[in-house]
Design a protein around this ligand. Structure first.
Ligand code: BTN
Length: 236
């Protein structure tokens, strides 16, 4: 379903999910007035400048931890198919071109009063460069900014949704290995690089090594290998 304006496509998709919407229900907005990012940040969503999309999913529990990993792979594949750009994935699932962010993913789990579980998988892709405030423009990029020409948002959306359906199918039917291998291919420029995060005893540092079967980032540190499950990781 397409809307010209919503507060957040994730909110409307969650409301539909709670009322029993079927898996695959897609909510798209031309602009969001309260788009959300991870870690409580807002997601700037100017009219017509991006793709703001949320999908109701009802995954089997074992695939939930890898859903955003699969979605990152799917966005990278969809954007590549539609535009020829080759995005890079930064753990856990940020989509970059060079040193600037092109797209992000926000997955939110919920359940209906009757107990049925769902996940709302939301993604935002920057398409036009000009409409973003300067401070965001310095850290972010857009498809048209990278290509120097216009693109058809519908084609980008269709390719991303097709890739997402395929990668979700891989996860549900085949297991994690094929999705994790695809993630490693898109993340290769970031692996082997130093990272830091806020640990229990202060800032910890290591070298990003790999992703494991549950979607955790494996980091080599002076004390051995650490699994980073969540939280904010800084690439240094
Ligand atoms: C991030 O990288 O911080 C995640 C950004 C997710 C943004 C999308 S836009 C569509 C959907 N609706 C929201 O409110 N957020 C997600």
């Amino acid at each position: 379903m397409w809307y010209s304006e919503l507060s957040s496509t994730n909110d409307l998709a969650a409301a539909y999910a709670e009322r029993g919407a079927r898996e695959g229900c897609v909510i798209i907005a031309d602009t969001q007035t309260a788009g959300r990012g991870r870690h409580g940040r807002s997601w700037c969503s100017p009219p017509g400048a991006g793709l703001y999309v949320s999908i109701v999913m009802r995954p089997v529990p074992r695939v939930v931890p890898l859903l955003t990993v699969a979605a990152g792979v799917a966005l990278a594949e969809g954007i590549r198919a539609a535009t020829g750009l080759t995005p890079v994935l930064k753990w856990p699932n940020d989509v970059y071109v060079g040193s600037r962010k092109l797209a992000g993913i926000l997955a939110e789990a919920g359940s209906t009063p009757g107990g049925a579980q769902h996940v709302v998988l939301g993604f935002g892709i920057n398409v036009l460069p000009a409409a973003y405030p300067r401070e965001i423009g310095e850290r972010a990029t857009s498809i048209e900014g990278e290509l120097g020409r216009s693109v058809d948002r519908g084609t980008v959306l269709a390719e991303c949704l097709a890739a997402l359906a395929a990668r979700y199918d891989d996860l549900q039917r085949g297991g994690p290995a094929i999705v994790l291998d695809a993630w490693r291919t898109f993340a290769r420029p970031m692996l082997g690089r130093p990272v830091e995060w806020d640990g229990r005893g202060g800032i910890e540092r290591g070298i990003a090594d790999d992703i494991d079967g549950s979607g955790a980032l494996v980091v080599r540190t002076a004390a051995g290998r650490e699994r980073i499950i969540s939280g904010e990781l800084r690439w240094i």
